[in-house]
Design a protein around this ligand. Structure first.
Ligand code: KG4
Ligand code: ZN
Length: 383
């Protein structure tokens, strides 16, 4: 089955043509063509995604990308119908409706978060292919616990049966990506803040460990290296709700604590570049501590056999390492699926994969083109 998928939920415009087949233990997805235009640089001026601008950009970009697909044949059109920014979602939906109607094809609405989750379960088909060329989903043991972490979402979902999700925990206020982006903005870093915080944090950790090593190795009679003490252990941010006894999160307090910590130190202009990097490392540490601790709890509570993370924040190297350590040390029987870095950001391939997985499983998801609606707060879980 060949699906043309469209993604416009946030600031990436994506179209992809993916062929899916069912195998004994799963699915094979072969990307025939994929195109993506990012608006991130435009939104950076506003320090975040600006909905009216996003809508206008999708409207402009969709016909440009479509040029590459208009001569292709396919069996159905899939489109993200939520969650996301409604004006942005509508652009993708009306475009998909037009194609489906013109070609008399079925239309498949896809939940953006299911796109992240399903694509994160997939692996490259073999060493001969990149994930984006050919991916497979194979031997997934249920139940699957998914940690979905993006700019708008932070939640644990449990999949006991394919495509049916129970909510295990969620953020009570801000999403984790939002915490990265907002604190990054306070630190004077460009949007999207997550990758910037991550880069500075890694830089700080490398400097800190180099200096510590040099201090330890300091032979007598030689010039003393710059002390590791100078490195600014300038603050300790809170780990919100880490001991709440639930799998829920809260990140707004972290944002406020960061704001006060900065104010107490005379504002961002009073911090040196090293101090900004140390601040970024503490932010990333605080977030990783909470996510690791809650993942431990969620894994214990659900007895999940597979653990998968998905969404933009799943690209965070430090978080990936910390979660890998948790599984290797404490949950040796759990199959941990880390998404390929090429698929963690928003794209249309993941939307096609989710639509194909459902269709190939015999779950009827097509709806009459005129009935599809954008749903900004669409939830993946049934409760
Ligand atoms: O899934 P996504 O691309 O868009 C939404 O559906 O929201 O996620 C975007 C979020 C942004 O908040 C961005 O800062 C964050 O993912 N992000 C990261 C990293 N890469 C992207 N956060 C932390 N570390 C990263 N390496
Ligand atoms: Zn996303």
């Amino acid at each position: 089955m060949l699906i043309l998928a469209i993604e416009t939920s946030c600031d990436e415009t994506g179209i992809a043509l993916v062929e899916g087949t069912q195998t004994a233990g799963g699915f094979v997805f072969e990307t025939k063509k994929a195109a993506l235009l990012s608006q991130a640089a435009l939104h950076a001026e506003y320090g975040g995604v600006y909905p009216t601008l996003a809508k206008r950009e999708h409207e402009k970009n969709l016909p440009i990308l479509w040029e590459q697909f208009k001569d292709e044949a396919f069996d159905a059109v899939a489109v993200t119908h939520g969650p996301g920014l409604e004006p942005a979602l509508w652009q993708g939906i009306t475009f998909a409706q037009k194609i489906a109607e013109e070609r008399n094809l079925p239309l498949i609405p896809v939940n953006h978060m299911e796109g992240h989750l399903i694509s994160s379960l997939a692996k490259p088909a073999s060493a001969d292919f990149s994930f984006l060329q050919k991916a497979v989903i194979q031997s997934v043991q249920l139940p699957v616990l998914g940690l979905l972490v993006s700019g708008g979402h932070t939640e644990f979902v449990l999949m006991k049966e394919w495509f049916t999700y129970e909510l295990v925990g969620k953020t009570l206020d801000d999403a984790v990506g939002e915490a990265f982006d907002k604190v990054a903005r306070m630190l004077g870093l460009p949007y999207p803040g997550g990758p910037e915080v991550s880069r500075l944090a890694a830089q700080h950790r490398a400097t800190a460990s180099n200096l510590q090593a040099r201090c330890k190795a300091w032979p007598s009679g030689h010039e003393r290296p710059e002390s590791a003490d100078y490195l600014p252990s300038l603050l300790k941010l809170p780990r919100p709700m880490i001991n709440s006894g639930t799998c829920d999160f809260s990140f707004s307090g972290l944002k406020t604590a960061a704001l006060y910590a900065l104010r107490d130190r005379g504002g961002i202009q009073a911090l040196s570049a090293d101090e900004v990097a140390a601040f970024a490392a503490e932010l990333e540490d605080a977030i990783a501590d909470v996510l690791v601790s809650k993942s431990r709890r969620a894994l214990e509570q659900t007895g999940a056999k597979t653990f998968v993370i998905g969404g933009g924040v799943a690209a965070n190297t430090y978080l990936r390492t910390k979660l890998q350590e948790l599984i290797q040390k404490e949950f040796t029987d759990v199959d941990f699926r880390l998404p390929e870095l090429s698929i963690t950001g928003d794209n249309a391939i993941m939307i096609a994969q989710a639509a194909l997985a459902r269709e190939l499983s015999g779950i009827k998801t097509t709806i009459p083109a005129e009935q599809i609606k954008a749903s900004g707060s669409l939830s993946i879980a049934k409760k």
